[in-house]
Write a protein that binds this ligand. Structure first.
Ligand code: HEC
Ligand code: HEC
Length: 381
């Protein structure tokens, strides 16, 4: 609809309203004089008719306006549904997944909720951290985006493209069927070392709505190329914290600090680079505590600016710096008794026994992983 339609409509209605008032006062005037001067009967009736016509015009204009508005809204919704269907139709498992263009989100009837979800993922700490405006002191100082880069859209940057297509699913870690909210809360309790969200809260609804919006182009059951983290080839030796320290000192301290606690971000008030160990970091039950997860994350994403196509570390550097960071203290595993109820399903780099294999915990923590992987492969796991 062109830009003048609604303003013109309002103007017309305003003019008619003035007309109705003018006619109304005329009717009042004639009405008073009617008893003494009955010759005004005709004018009086004509004015009343005129007022009726003006009112009918107003009603017609409003009805017409409402009709165009609803037709317009339906057409827009249909166009948006079509756009979503096109994105789904274009899905190609052989090309690296890309998030839908954020600018189209504004057309979504759920836009406000989706945008709030994106904001919560990017700036989680502002809502739940020490000065959090929704629920203060209920997480460490981190944001989901610290690990799910670019609000969960970066290829091999731990993006959310596979979530909607693959949840709910049975996860070996909990041994239960997990829904998206349950999975989100896993990260609240482990990666953010904090309190879970009420699954019916507006915040949880928003996070789920955003993740669903993001993954609209992925068919059920698919694992898009670029989802999650890219696996890194195993080393044939244990990853080495001593060598990793050297990598850390040359390539990480400028942002994460020599004490690993993160430095203030230049030019960004009250923002810091995330801490990598200690009380404010993820706990030992978090996915990133597993060496393969950490090394894969770092290889494709760190130092900041690195990507899967343009990594800045060799595989060895990634494994060793992972070993260095994971050798440092962090909050303990609060779920050690509940996780992996079937111990034969533990991932090879889960550093807490007991296991069904006979490799020691240190090898499960630092590798070499190939012998462990071979052991399970030969068992047909
Ligand atoms: C310290 C890093 C870190 C932080 C912070 C973090 N996560 Fe995660 N998250 C991970 C890792 C690691 C995985 C598992 C990746 C894997 O196993 O490949 C994961 C997995 C997920 C998954 C499942 C992805 C999939 O494809 O199965 C969801 C959903 C998720 N996180 C949501 C969140 C939300 C929401 C937040 C913030 C409230 C958050 N995460 C904060 C590290 C983090
Ligand atoms: C130029 C600054 C910079 C450098 C250098 C850098 N990082 Fe980061 N790192 C970041 C930022 C920023 C984030 C959070 C990303 C975001 O929120 O978008 C981050 C996040 C991380 C995370 C996610 C963990 C968490 O718990 O939040 C890990 C792990 C990490 N970096 C490891 C490293 C390692 C290892 C190196 C050195 C090889 C390194 N980084 C170098 C800026 C940097």
């Amino acid at each position: 609809m062109d830009t003048y339609y609604y303003p013109m409509l309002w103007l017309l209605i305003a003019v008619l309203a003035i007309g109705i008032m003018a006619v109304g006062s005329g009717i009042g005037l004639y009405g008073k004089r009617l008893s003494e001067e009955p010759q005004f009967q005709r004018q009086f009736l004509a004015l009343r008719r005129l007022r009726l016509i003006l009112w009918s015009l107003v009603v017609l204009l409003i009805a017409g306006g409402l009709l165009t508005w609803s037709v317009e809204r339906d057409t827009k919704r249909q166009a948006y549904q079509q756009l979503k269907a096109d994105i789904l139709a274009k899905y190609d498992k052989n090309t690296v997944w890309m998030a839908p263009d954020w600018s189209i989100a504004a057309q979504d009837p759920n836009y406000e909720l989706i945008a709030y979800g994106k904001e919560l993922i990017a700036n989680t700490n502002d809502y739940f951290g020490d000065n959090g405006i929704v629920r203060p002191h209920s997480i460490n100082a981190q944001n989901c985006q610290n690990c799910h880069l670019d609000a969960g859209t970066k290829p091999f940057g731990n993006n959310y493209s596979g979530v909607v297509a693959n949840y709910p699913k049975v996860r070996a870690r909990s041994g239960t069927l997990e829904t998206i909210p349950k999975r989100v809360n896993d990260c609240f309790q482990r990666s953010l070392n904090g309190q879970p969200l009420d699954t019916t809260s507006r915040e949880m609804e928003a996070i789920v709505a955003y993740i669903q919006w993001l993954a609209m182009g992925v068919p059920k059951g698919e694992k898009p190329k670029g989802v999650g983290l890219a696996p890194l080839p195993y080393l044939d030796r244990p990853a080495d914290p001593a060598r990793g320290k050297i990598v850390f000192e040359s390539k990480c301290v400028s942002c994460h600090g020599s004490d690993g606690q993160g430095l203030p971000m230049p030019g960004a008030f009250d923002r810091r680079y995330p801490p990598l160990w200690g009380e404010m970091s993820f706990n030992q039950a978090a996915g990133l505590f597993r060496l393969t997860r950490f090394a894969s994350y770092v290889k494709a994403n760190m130092p900041l600016g690195a990507s899967y196509e343009n990594p800045q570390l060799t595989d060895e550097e990634a494994w060793d710096v992972a070993a260095f960071v994971e050798s440092k203290p962090r909050p303990e595993n609060p779920f050690i008794k509940e996780d992996w109820p079937d111990i034969s399903k533990k991932p090879i780099d889960h550093p807490f026994g007991p296991y069904v294999d006979s490799f020691p915990e240190t090898q499960h923590k630092y590798g070499p992983f190939a012998p462990i992987a071979d052991f399970y492969a030969s068992k047909g796991k």
